[in-house]
Ligand binder design. Structure first.
Ligand code: 5MM
Length: 346
């Protein structure tokens, strides 16, 4: 048993406490810059810092957000006034987390498929992040649906890496968020997405078991079972919720404290609606908390309002808080479409 077992169990439970979710703001510089460039925001370290300050200093955010996943550049940054982001989070009662993978790279011998890298030197990086104040970590594996893919090789390589990452995290005191994302891109049906998600989760839990990962000290961050974006038949929200829960019940160990979904390219309202139905209809059938760990589905309206202009900070924070509030309500099965009309002042 890890020396940190008691602390990690408490952290994992706090990350998915009732009515709270995890904010993903761990975009690597490449991804963050791409999002900035689309809106004409200068892709500089200072603008990335300013944007992350906007997010983390949003008044009232911790009412809905238990913790935030940072990127290596961000975890070392501070507010304009010189307060480290870690301290800002700790003072606000939000748990600092850190993305530790180094990205999805081409899988040798398997065209169009990826394997996530980052195991080299990970033990030392975990020790450094723990010392800085991080208490959880994240690693994202990417599974693509297409003609004849995913291959067994891709699913197994990613599941194995996720489990080795999770074991290293638990050894070093960080709660691992285990994120196997089945991409929404493609013209596949929801049934095909179910098959692939089922196979992926099955492989991930087999590897977590093999590597001795403690299920009660981790969080699962899966994608929902959903129609491909280009599929001519888009499954209704009720079906997305039902098939997602069915797939999770089949594969996720009962003592995992929480499932925190990624939004994966869904619109922000869809992401809230799907999460809400899962909680309203199926929460009592599930042994784990069901919540969110969204990036785009929380941040996008705020980013579009801010546009790199400091004069827009307060309004952007209002947008961010609103999405956090809507998703918090969804994690309790209390989200209603009318909430979208009720922006609270910050
Ligand atoms: C799937 O992406 C994660 C969740 O975000 P969405 O809710 O927008 O789908 C997210 O944490 C992602 O891993 C980060 O944005 C990091 O992205 P990159 O590709 O820059 O590492």
């Amino acid at each position: 048993m890890s020396n940190y077992a008691v602390e990690m169990k408490q952290t994992a439970q706090a990350m998915v406490a009732s009515g709270k979710g995890i904010l993903a703001m761990d975009e690597s510089n490449g991804t963050c810059n791409k999002r900035f460039e689309k809106l004409g925001i200068p892709a500089t370290e200072e603008r990335r810092r300013a944007y992350r300050e906007l997010i983390l200093t949003t008044p009232g955010l911790s009412e809905f957000i238990s913790g935030a996943i940072l990127y290596d550049e961000t975890i070392r940054q501070s507010t304009q006034a010189g307060v480290s982001f870690i301290k800002v989070m700790q003072d606000a009662g939000m748990i600092p987390g850190i993305k530790v993978d180094t990205g999805a790279k081409d899988l040798a011998g398997h065209p169009h498929e990826k394997v996530t890298e980052g195991l080299d030197g990970l033990r030392d990086r975990i020790a450094e992040y723990y010392k800085m104040g991080a208490r959880f970590a994240k690693w994202r594996a990417v599974i693509t649906i297409g003609e004849d893919i995913p291959s067994r090789a891709c699913i197994e390589a990613n599941a194995h890496a996720l489990a080795r990452y999770a074991a290293l995290c638990q050894e070093g005191g960080l709660v691992p968020i285990v994120e196997p994302e089945v991409l929404i891109d493609g013209n596949h049906t929801i049934e095909r997405c179910y098959e692939v998600t089922d196979e992926t989760l099955h492989a991930v839990f087999a590897q977590l078991y093999r590597q001795g990962v403690a299920y009660n000290q981790m969080i699962l961050k899966p994608s929902m079972v959903i129609s491909g974006l280009a599929c001519p038949i888009q499954a209704p929200a009720e079906q997305v919720a039902e098939m997602t829960i069915q797939c999770l019940l089949k594969n996720v160990r009962v003592n995992v404290p929480g499932v925190a979904f990624l939004s994966g390219g869904q619109s922000h309202q869809q992401a809230s609606e799907h999460l809400n139905i899962m909680n309203a209809k199926y929460r009592s059938h599930c042994p784990w908390q069901i919540t969110f760990s969204y990036a785009r589905a929380i941040q996008q309206p705020a980013l579009e309002t801010w546009r790199g202009n400091d004069a827009n900070v307060a309004q952007a924070q209002q947008q961010l808080l609103h999405r956090a509030k809507c998703n918090s309500a969804a994690s309790l099965g209390q989200y209603r479409a009318q909430m979208e009309q009720q922006l609270a002042p910050v």
